[in-house]
Design a protein around this ligand. Structure first.
Ligand SMILES: Cc1cc2nc3c(=O)[nH]c(=O)nc-3n(C[C@H](O)[C@H](O)[C@H](O)COP(=O)(O)OP(=O)(O)OC[C@H]3O[C@@H](n4cnc5c(N)ncnc54)[C@H](O)[C@@H]3O)c2cc1C
Ligand SMILES: *[C@@H]1O[C@H](CO)[C@@H](O)[C@H](O)[C@H]1NC(C)=O
Ligand SMILES: *[C@@H]1O[C@H](CO)[C@@H](O)[C@H](O)[C@H]1NC(C)=O
Ligand SMILES: *[C@@H]1O[C@H](CO)[C@@H](O)[C@H](O)[C@H]1NC(C)=O
Ligand SMILES: *[C@@H]1O[C@H](CO)[C@@H](O)[C@H](O)[C@H]1NC(C)=O
Ligand SMILES: *[C@@H]1O[C@H](CO)[C@@H](O)[C@H](O)[C@H]1NC(C)=O
Ligand SMILES: *[C@@H]1O[C@H](CO)[C@@H](O)[C@H](O)[C@H]1NC(C)=O
Ligand SMILES: *[C@@H]1O[C@H](CO)[C@@H](O)[C@H](O)[C@H]1NC(C)=O
Ligand SMILES: *[C@@H]1O[C@H](CO)[C@@H](O)[C@H](O)[C@H]1NC(C)=O
Length: 512
């Protein structure tokens, strides 16, 4: 069994036909070992996974077979079988909310759908939640609600613990406790395999133990991998469990305001005043967004202003609330009811992102660039653009150090910033390429204008990035080199680079 993986990496660029045969072999072997946890096209379990993706781009891919592990050891067995079969590629799926094709699904490979790993347990002192990596945030919040504690996780409950946390994770609580990943106290991970030094032998210095073993990764054990996983996405292993630090939490105050587009100046001024405050209110969780419907050619402003204490009309949002609105509402509710959003119908989706230094004037310019780029673009079936702005206060970034740091490369010293999430949704898959092109054009124009004004930050938030962006490289040269070192240490034959092709890859971004 020893050096099989060296061989598989060397010949990973095999022909399509060879790959097909290998996937057949691979799925047959998996089926032999894991029985009904493996499903094939036409079976209900296969269907259930395929129908659970958020975007049509992901749902449209057809894996050779799908594994639904029910215990972490199923993942270990599967990874060692897959790794030993040349040409057998795989994808790792949480709640399937990454929109880009191939990030958590694969054509003609093996998809590992983690959603069955969804156990939750709270430590007796209520300080740590252990959660299976495939759970949704809604499951987490529902479990924690009766204990009056919560964790920093997704705002929409349908999103997965796995993807959101490994990419950073912006929570309503982030200004108070940092990125979701900053609150991970321990990961349970299936790395590609375990190896140990056996001195110098004829072939190599390392002996591969092909039966993968689950390992804990935390501040005192494999602390390099621990830091790498906080932003490193699926480049290092399959995470099977997250242990998350909790916070005391009661009800929240939730407001929404819809404004006419003619009110954009006061809205963006209010946003900028909140974002640029040196005393950013750590209970404020704000999203300001422009929506554009290509069929009606109508823009509207839609804002979500959450305050993570049960205080109606908190002063921090007073300036925003005073802008004349088409509709507005404010109420007190639990995180569970706030996160319990209705699923969207099957649509194509695109995400793209950039980070800026606060400036209301520049946000007005962003709007003009968007309008001039998007105004006359109206693909078959219509399309909606949703351009959202979210604060990235420096106080939030300072929480990274409490658990030994992350790799995101955004520093509190840079001051407060805000993140733009440019997203699009449209029904007609024939428009996918052209939508991507238009989004790229808008993004690049905005970025170059921001750069010229000294307002562009290098950070590209991975969970919001388009497939054509390079978020890992945006973490900065030191972090990127660190990630590559950790990858070669824990995954020396680059299984998670070459055989897990989906998502943002160190190997790919490194080539740029
Ligand atoms: C409706 C919606 C709301 C959102 N809200 C927020 C928000 O409030 N805050 C925020 O920060 N982001 C938010 N996002 C972005 C979100 O963080 C990303 O889409 C994230 O990738 C979703 O994670 P997932 O597990 O559901 O997705 P998946 O598509 O299943 O996985 C995403 C990526 O993570 C990898 N991955 C997943 N699980 C594992 C694992 N266990 N081990 C190794 N790799 C794994 C996958 O291989 C894939 O590349 C939102 C997205 C959507 C669509
Ligand atoms: C799988 O889903 C498709 C539609 O998405 C449906 O036509 C088919 O009957 C389903 N098959 C099974 C086995 O559930
Ligand atoms: C956890 O996963 C199992 C297996 O997929 C599923 O039956 C169960 O409903 C899930 N639990 C919750 C709380 O969603
Ligand atoms: C949670 O808070 C509510 C309201 O304050 C209280 O009634 C309840 O006893 C608390 N539950 C626990 C487990 O502390
Ligand atoms: C870190 O991992 C080690 C090794 O498995 C384990 O003994 C220790 O309890 C872990 N620490 C935490 C905080 O989980
Ligand atoms: C966009 O506008 C068209 C025309 O007014 C309308 O029919 C459609 O429902 C709108 N789409 C969305 C998603 O609001
Ligand atoms: C908020 O909505 C109410 C009606 O629901 C309206 O009377 C009020 O003017 C609105 N506030 C602003 C600032 O427009
Ligand atoms: C939280 O708000 C809900 C109303 O949405 C209310 O029913 C519940 O009692 C509140 N809980 C606490 C602890 O105040
Ligand atoms: C958007 O651009 C169109 C076409 O140039 C213009 O007519 C329209 O007024 C612009 N919209 C806004 C809100 O500025």
């Amino acid at each position: 069994m020893k050096f099989i993986w060296t061989v598989s990496v060397l010949s990973w660029a095999s022909t399509g036909r060879a790959v097909e045969l290998e996937v057949g072999t691979c799925c047959a072997r998996l089926h032999q070992e894991l029985g009904t946890k493996i499903s094939f096209l036409g079976q209900p379990a296969y269907n259930a996974t395929e129908n659970s993706y958020w975007s049509l781009q992901e749902a449209g891919l057809k894996p050779g077979c799908i594994l639904r592990p029910s215990v972490p050891q199923d993942v270990s067995r599967a990874v060692s079988i897959i790794a030993a079969i040349d040409g057998c590629n795989f994808a790792i799926k949480g709640q399937g909310h990454a929109p880009a094709a191939g990030f958590a699904n694969i054509d003609g490979g093996v998809t590992i759908d983690m959603t069955g790993l969804n156990t939750t347990s709270l430590s007796p002192d209520r300080s740590v939640l252990s959660v299976g990596a495939g759970a949704s945030w809604l499951q987490v919040y529902q479990y924690l609600d009766p204990f009056n504690v919560s964790v920093a996780g997704g705002r929409n409950g349908l999103v997965g613990v796995g993807g959101l946390t490994l990419g950073g994770g912006i929570s309503h609580f982030s200004p108070r406790v940092g990125w979701a990943c900053d609150n991970v106290v321990n990961f349970e991970v299936q790395v590609s395999f375990h190896w140990q030094f056996h001195g110098i032998n004829a072939d190599s210095k390392k002996v591969v133990l092909a039966d993968g073993t689950l390992t804990n990764v935390n501040e005192t054990w494999r602390s390099d991998l621990y830091r790498a996983l906080k932003g490193g996405a699926n480049n290092f292993g399959v995470v099977t469990r997250f242990d998350l630090g909790t916070l005391s939490q009661g009800n929240l105050s939730v407001s929404s305001f819809v404004n006419d587009i003619s009110q954009r100046r006061p809205v963006l001024q209010a946003f900028t005043d909140i974002v640029s405050s040196p005393n950013f209110d750590v209970y404020a969780s704000l999203v300001v967004g422009f929506l554009y419907n290509s069929s009606s050619k109508a823009w509207v402003i839609s804002n979500s202003a959450v305050y993570t204490r049960p205080v109606l009309h908190p002063p921090v949002f007073a300036e925003l609330a005073a802008v004349p609105s088409i509709s507005n509402s404010s109420r007190i509710m639990s995180l569970v009811s706030l996160a319990n959003e209705a699923p969207t119908p099957p649509l194509n989706w695109l995400f793209a992102t950039a980070t800026f230094q606060p400036s209301a004037e520049f946000m007005l310019e962003i709007f003009d660039i968007l309008n001039s780029t998007l105004y006359s673009f109206n693909p078959q079936g219509g399309l909606v653009w949703d351009i959202a702005f979210e604060p990235l206060p420096s106080g939030m970034l300072s929480h990274a150090t409490k658990t030994g740091g992350n790799v995101l490369g955004v520093q509190p010293e840079e001051g407060n910033s805000y993140i733009m999430l440019l997203s699009a949704l449209w029904p007609d898959s024939a428009s996918n390429l052209v939508v991507e092109k238009v989004s790229q054009q808008a993004l690049f124009t905005i970025e170059s204008r921001a750069k010229a004004k000294g307002l562009l930050r290098k950070f590209q938030y991975l969970n919001y990035a388009a497939w054509y962006q390079t978020p890992l490289a945006s973490y900065g040269a030191d972090n990127f080199e660190f990630l590559k070192r950790v990858s070669s240490k824990y995954d020396p034959f680059a299984l998670f680079q070459n055989r897990v092709p989906g998502g943002f890859k160190l190997a790919k971004e490194g080539q740029l």
